[in-house]
Design a protein around this ligand. Structure first.
Ligand SMILES: [Fe+2]
Length: 185
């Protein structure tokens, strides 16, 4: 078991979930300090983009039902949630987009895969209460998002503002609330 509480997610490790994997991007996407549910887990996103796409987390589903709360300490961003219609990845029951900024509290809805994207010009910083990543009982399943090369939408910069681009690996979305963002081709 690793005792190092620090880790990072690099551009290289993010390539399989990016809209434009080979586009210029910061070398590190985000930094994590894991303290578990008692001390909290801090995540720091670099600002910037990978091509048109804002810097984001890889994305995961939880492996069991627990409440997860993120407090936004600095910066601004967009959270994207998606719920699968069944064990199949391709059909989604629900997609939600939520704008967040420093001071906000974000509850991750149970059963939804999620990412958080930095749309601001500085660092985005959060603290959350998710369980420690005990390798014998991992709480996060990253494989479905990797397999689908990202979430249902890529959050991209379009004329200076965030917009969405559909990930065509998902065949259907039954219901969605896109938080006022436009979908571009
Ligand atoms: Fe999570």
């Amino acid at each position: 078991m690793t005792s190092n509480p620090y880790s990072t997610r690099t551009h290289e490790a993010m390539k399989e979930v990016l809209l434009e994997p080979e586009a210029p991007a910061p070398e590190t996407f985000y930094h994590m300090l894991r303290g578990g549910p008692e001390k909290g887990n801090v995540t720091i996103w670099e600002p910037g983009r990978a091509g048109r796409e804002y810097i984001k987390t890889l994305g995961h589903y939880h492996t069991w039902d627990f409440k997860e709360t993120y407090r936004i300490l600095a910066g601004e961003g967009i959270a994207l949630f998606q719920k699968r219609a069944s064990a199949e990845d391709e059909a989604l029951e629900d997609v939600r987009v939520v704008h967040v900024k420093a001071g906000d509290v974000l509850e991750m809805p149970i059963g939804y895969g999620h990412i958080l994207v930095n749309t601001g010009s500085g660092l985005l910083v959060t603290i959350d209460d998710s369980p420690s990543n005990d390798p014998s009982k991992p709480h996060a399943d990253y494989e479905p998002i990797r397999r689908m090369h990202g979430m249902a939408y890529y959050i991209v910069e379009d004329n200076g503002v965030p917009a969405l681009m559909r990930n065509s690996n998902y065949t259907s979305i039954a219901k969605e609330d896109l938080g006022g963002l436009s979908v571009i081709g």
